[in-house]
Design a protein around this ligand. Sequence first.
Ligand code: CP
Length: 320
Amino acid sequence: MNVFQHVSDIGSLDVALREAFDIKRDRYQFQSLGKNKTALLIFFNNSLRTRLSTQKAALNLGMNVIVLDVNQGAWKLETERGVIMDGDKSEHLLEAIPVMGSYCDIIGVRSFATFENRRDDYEEKILNQFIRYSGRPVFFMESATVHPLQAFADLITIEEYKTKPRPKVVLTWAPHPKALPQAVPNSFAEWMNAADVDFVVTHPEGYELDPQFVGNARVDYDQMHAFEHADFIYAKNWSCPGVTRPEDYGKILSTDRSWTVDARHMAVTDNARFMHCLPVRRNMIVTDDVIESPNSIVIPEAANREISATVVLKRMLEAL
Ligand code: CP
């Protein structure tokens, strides 16, 4: 594997899940694979889970790890070609990327959507420069449009907790005080469409996800109706993807607190498990009682981030 961005990059989901559960049984069995290999993890944005779980995954495989927080201690980077660099940015990404590539064997990058320009975000301008100029395999640690390590961990978690062969999985929008990117719901939709689940998306009108991710998934604007008979509720906020009105890209269109997942919502499900990628704003996205209930699996879901990252790094090491 040379790039990990989309569900198609992992190949067969059955094979990937078997590999994940094998690694979960003994996460140190491939320690020799990463000997004298270095993973460089580059963060343009904050992180708790991705930072820790990906470092742990690299250590599981016997790799060395370097973490760079671009905005804390590195030179400020210019990303646009042709700019006269007479401002506060001291280095251009076009030099920085191959230099970073020269110190490692595999690169992970986190770079969120800026919301300045929908086309730049959806063309993955930053990550594609890493793919093009680093000379190294690149895995996405949440980009402008995707968060595949999260979606893979979510799939592993659903596989572990499902009680029927084809569970009903509902992705629901929920309110948030800040405008958040669409990376998590995009990847979750992409991976659920590829998995053997009955997948439904519910959100207020105007929050339609990009067709390349939501595909032919059922979209229900009636949240309570969507929740009926659900086995998994996956809550997430996202800002307007700008599909129907590009001028609204990145905006907050609704603050309707009736979309906060509470006990009333969970009561119409089939005793559904509650999932969220974390970090989560309590009593905006989900009420205290729901996230603290026995049906909440947000902690094992986060723990599976180590497993998804170990599978991805293992695949990349095997392809070096
Ligand atoms: N879910 C997730 O990616 O968490 P962090 O932003 O803390 O890495």
